[in-house]
Design a protein around this ligand. Structure first.
Ligand code: ARG
Length: 467
């Protein structure tokens, strides 16, 4: 990249009316090539489609279009090889490519920008980039779901404590818990794909903002770029970034789900919980405390949500209050989008990795599941079923039994029948059968409930759907 201090010549692309070049500061704040070069594939793809269309409608000759095609292929090869001479003075990806093209093929290169503006060009490039990013992320979400489903099937009957308020609530199974994340991720995938369907329209040919008097064929370029149709309104085409907001919103929600799971991994791997263990592959040590095994990957998945949410908020803030149509403010859309997509990709990979890596400790989880009077709801339900107590009364009787057990220092099953009968004389031996964690989870057969048979069926359904 050339230095910010040297440039004094007027800009080659738009400098006709300018006697001098921009100040170094102007160039530094204006240039986007440092980050928007990421759009090079999309930019070249868009130019190829545009040139083919210009030839089709007779604006370019076959020779000119052929030269453009070859010139762009050569540029793509140079970029790929890492020896493209990016120039900050040329501002952005569009002008860097066009300037080199013209340098290489002459006159025909200068004709490429007929009936096109950087305004519709950048909107096209960015839609193509986000569309590719969605395809990659959706595939990664599916991979993460597959990892969770496999572990869920394996642990359909592995009892663990379920929490509300992070206090012991009811016994559940690890399989059921993991499948909850599969459901969340499937909606995340749906949100990404909804966004893809909505963004898949072509801005190309809107030109600066009002369209063009040249006899262009916007349907042809739309088709060539895999868009469903050209966008209907040229002002909307160059001014709107809601597709990017929607993408970032979908990313932020997905990251939030991954962050909640990451927090659970942090808790579960804490020795006080000891529910799962991560191998050396997904943990780090401490430089001073030799005993440490830290769940850094989970912590970073938890933390990266911040920058993804930040990208969403950043773009919403950039766009609010912008009068139609394009404003240079919109150049600030890109870094957040790139960073959010990359961060989410990393989070998804790390999560899938941790899910496959973790070794659950079934004995620890079972013991914890039985603590904290976690089958109190089962006892209350038994009083309703067997003694026909109204649930509210059953709740009170159970509450008093919990207090008795707490005073005695035992769990509910540790109370004698006499102690139980002191609260309601009709209680009989049968009550003890509902007080184990296994009985508790097995009983919850309502649709979507935690019973291992349900979990096994749901996991198998997901496995087939994701195959
Ligand atoms: N680099 C610019 C961007 O990212 C491209 C569009 C420039 N358009 C303009 N009218 N200056 O938004």
């Amino acid at each position: 990249m050339s230095s910010t201090t040297e440039t004094k010549r007027a800009n080659l692309s738009w400098g006709g009316r300018f006697a001098e070049g921009p100040s170094a500061i102007m160039q530094a704040i204006n240039a986007s090539i440092g980050f928007d070069r990421k759009l090079w594939r999309q930019d070249i793809r868009g130019s190829l489609a545009h040139a083919a269309m210009l030839r089709h409608v007779g604006i370019l000759s076959a020779e000119e279009e052929g030269a453009i095609r070859e010139g762009l292929a050569a540029i793509a090869a140079r970029i790929e090889a890492g020896d493209f001479p990016w120039e900050e003075a040329l501002e952005d990806i569009h002008m860097n490519v066009e300037a080199r093209l013209t340098e290489a093929i002459g006159e025909a290169g200068k004709r490429l920008h007929t009936a096109r503006s950087r305004n519709d060009q950048v909107a096209t490039d960015l839609r193509l980039w986000v569309r590719d990013a969605i395809d990659g992320l959706a595939a990664q979400v599916e991979d993460c779901m597959r990892a969770l489903v496999a572990r869920a099937e394996e642990h359909a009957a592995t009892v663990m404590p379920g929490f509300t308020h992070l206090q012991p609530a009811q016994p559940t199974t690890l399989g059921h818990h993991l499948l909850a994340y599969v459901e969340m991720l499937s909606r995340d995938r749906g949100r990404l794909l909804d966004c893809r369907a909505r963004l898949n329209e072509s801005p190309l040919g809107a030109a600066a903002m009002c369209g063009t008097g040249f006899p262009i064929d916007r349907h042809m370029t739309a088709r060539a770029l895999g868009f469903e149709r050209p966008m209907r309104n040229s002002l909307d085409a160059v001014a709107s970034r809601d597709f990017a907001m929607e993408f970032l919103a979908a990313c932020a929600i997905c990251a939030t789900h991954l962050s909640r799971f990451a927090e659970e991994v942090v808790l579960w791997t804490n020795p006080y919980f000891g529910f799962v263990r991560l191998s050396d592959a997904f943990t780090t040590g401490s430089s001073i405390m030799p005993q440490k095994r830290n769940p850094d990957a989970a912590e970073l998945v938890r933390a990266k949500t911040g920058r993804i949410n930040g990208a969403l908020l950043g773009l919403l803030t950039v766009m609010k209050g912008l009068a139609l149509t394009y404003a240079k403010d919109m150049q600030e859309d890109k870094e957040g989008i790139f960073d959010a997509a990359e961060s989410l990709a990393l989070c998804l990979a790390a999560t899938a990795g941790m899910v496959r890596d973790m070794r659950p400790d079934a004995a620890r989880m079972r013991a914890a599941a039985g603590a904290g009077f976690s089958t109190a709801t089962d006892l209350a339900d038994w009083l309703v079923r067997e003694l026909r107590l109204p649930f509210r009364d059953a709740h009170h009787v159970t509450g008093r039994l919990v207090a008795r057990a707490e005073a005695k220092g035992c769990d509910l099953a540790g109370l004698s029948l006499e102690e139980m009968r002191a609260e309601d004389p009709r209680i009989h031996e049968g009550v003890f059968s509902v007080l184990t964690v296994e009985a508790s989870v097995a009983s919850r057969t309502s649709y979507g409930g935690t019973a291992p048979e349900n979990v096994r069926r749901m996991a198998a359904e997901w496995r087939e759907r994701l195959a």
